[in-house]
Structure formats: C-alpha cells, structure tokens
Design a protein around this ligand. Structure first.
Ligand SMILES: C[S@@+](CC[C@H](N)C(=O)[O-])C[C@H]1O[C@@H](n2cnc3c(N)ncnc32)[C@H](O)[C@@H]1O
Length: 254
C-alpha cells in the first residue's frame, strides 16, 4: 500500500491545503447524498483523510451516521481534531479490509482515493460485503482520460505521472461490475475550489497533496514561481475563482 499519507507533515497541511469554500463543500455533499434515497442513511467514507466530507455529510445529510475509515494514523488524528462530530466515528482500517461487520451501510464514498488502491477488484468485493443490498458506492475522482486540473498547468510533470497512476473510467467500472455492482450513472461536477488564483497559490505553497512528493524540490519551486507570478499579475486568462471538476461514478450493490 502507498504509505505516503503516514507522513506527519503532509497530514498536518492536508486540510488547509485542500479546503474548499463552504458553499462548494455543501453542494458536493448534497450531490453525493442525493444518490441514496434511504432516510437517515448509514454512510462509510473510505480513505476519509482529515474527515472534511465525513463531518459535512453528518451536518448536511439529515439523520445520517458516518464512519470514516483511513489507513493513516496521522490523517485520522487530524480528522478527530478538525472534523469531530457526534454522528461521525473514525476508524483505522483499509479499503481492502474495512473494519466493520457486513451489510451495514447505505452509501460508501471514495473521494480522491481510488488511484491509491491498486487492487480495485478486492476493494470492490469488500465494499459489496459492507454495503446493504442496493447500497451505493460513489467514486469521486478524475479519470485518467480527463486530467485537466489547474495543478498540471504549473507542474506538467505531474500530469505525466498521474497518467500512469490514475485509472480510466472503463477500468474502474469494469472492476466494480465484476464484483457484482451495476452502474447507475457516471457524471462530472465542478465547483470553486478556491476563491481566487492567489488563494490557490497560497494553498499550494505547503505542497498539500501526495503527488508533490514525486517532484524534485527544484521542479516544485519552478512551478510555484510561475503560479505566484500569475497570481500576482491577476492574469485575466485564469479563472477566478479556481474551479475544479471531478468525475463521479455511482454503482449499486446487488
Ligand atoms: C487524497 S486523500 C483523500 C481524503 C478525502 N477523502 C478527500 O477527498 O479529501 C487519500 C486518503 O486515502 C487514504 N488511503 C490510501 N490508501 C488507503 C487504503 N488502502 N485504505 C484506506 N485508506 C487509504 C490516505 O491515507 C489518505 O488519507
């Protein structure tokens, strides 16, 4: 398993570097919640990280209870510190061996984590185990064929590396279908991730994503300088706010 998130430094900067405007988080949460029609849904987030979506789902999805599972002790420590909520429980565990009983959840969220899970077939079978019949999996990612985030404009090497790391839509759907899931929908959704390029630049200075660990310090600084220059010049060619689009695959358990 990729243990990059065991890094205390990364865990410490993740939430600040990946926060999004409150309205965006609410819109994302409501969209994710719309894929289950069960009242007071029981939800698991796999790879919950610092728990941003766990507490958001507990706040905005009426009556929900949420279990956040993550393989990283430092990320879970941040989740308990930053995103504690009476309806959220954080558990140390993996996508491949979820530490709960079977037939428990109405919805499983995998946000920005599928590219960390090389054995997707095993993960799909494990999710089939913990979901109730007709429970849904929501996979929030960027499929390999659409790696168009702003980060790649400044660090083009990251796009080359992510083209090798991120699975394609057909790979993800195929692995889940083989585990008995049915595809309900595949869509994409975009919301502001930062209110301005300057705010985005300020976030990136802390290297808040695991992908940056693949760059040399010189390559990182090079991209950061170009980003800073654009942020300072208020370049009109850049969108303000900075909008990020994610793909969503929604699959239903048998
Ligand atoms: C990019 S973060 C995503 C956090 C959060 N879901 C979000 O959208 O902001 C990926 C998280 O997946 C966790 N992770 C990686 N491999 C995992 C595995 N096999 N099982 C459980 N969690 C894993 C990492 O520890 C990290 O916290």
């Amino acid at each position: 398993m990729n243990r990059v998130y065991d890094d205390e430094r990364l865990a410490g900067v993740y939430q600040g570097g990946n926060a999004m405007p409150e309205e965006s988080l609410r819109d994302w949460t409501r969209l994710i919640g719309s894929f289950t029609d069960r009242p007071s849904p029981s939800i698991v987030e796999i790879g919950a990280g610092t728990g941003m979506f766990c507490s958001a789902m507990a706040r905005w999805l009426m009556g929900s209870t949420v279990v956040g599972v993550d393989a990283s002790v430092p990320m879970l420590a941040q989740a308990r510190r930053l995103n504690a909520h009476p309806s959220v429980h954080y558990l140390l565990g993996t996508a491949e061996a979820v530490p709960t009983r079977s037939d428990l959840f109405d919805l499983a969220l995998l946000s920005r984590v599928i590219h960390h899970l090389p054995d997707r077939s095993r993960v799909a079978r494990e999710l089939a185990r913990v979901l109730r019949p007709e429970g849904v999996v929501v996979i929030r990612t960027t499929f390999r064929e659409r790696l168009d985030a702003l980060v790649y404009d400044y660090w083009p090497r990251l796009r080359e590396l992510d083209e090798q790391r991120f699975p394609s839509k057909s790979q993800v759907l195929g692995d889940f279908e083989a585990a008995g899931f049915t595809v309900r929908t595949v869509t994409s959704f975009a919301r502001p991730a930062a209110t301005s390029l300057h705010e985005y630049y300020a976030r990136m200075t802390s290297q808040p994503q695991s992908k940056f660990a693949q760059l040399t310090p010189a390559d990182f600084q090079d991209g950061l300088r170009r980003l800073e220059a654009d942020a300072r010049s208020g370049s009109r060619s850049r969108p303000a706010p900075v909008v990020e689009r994610y793909d969503l695959a929604v699959l239903v358990a048998a």
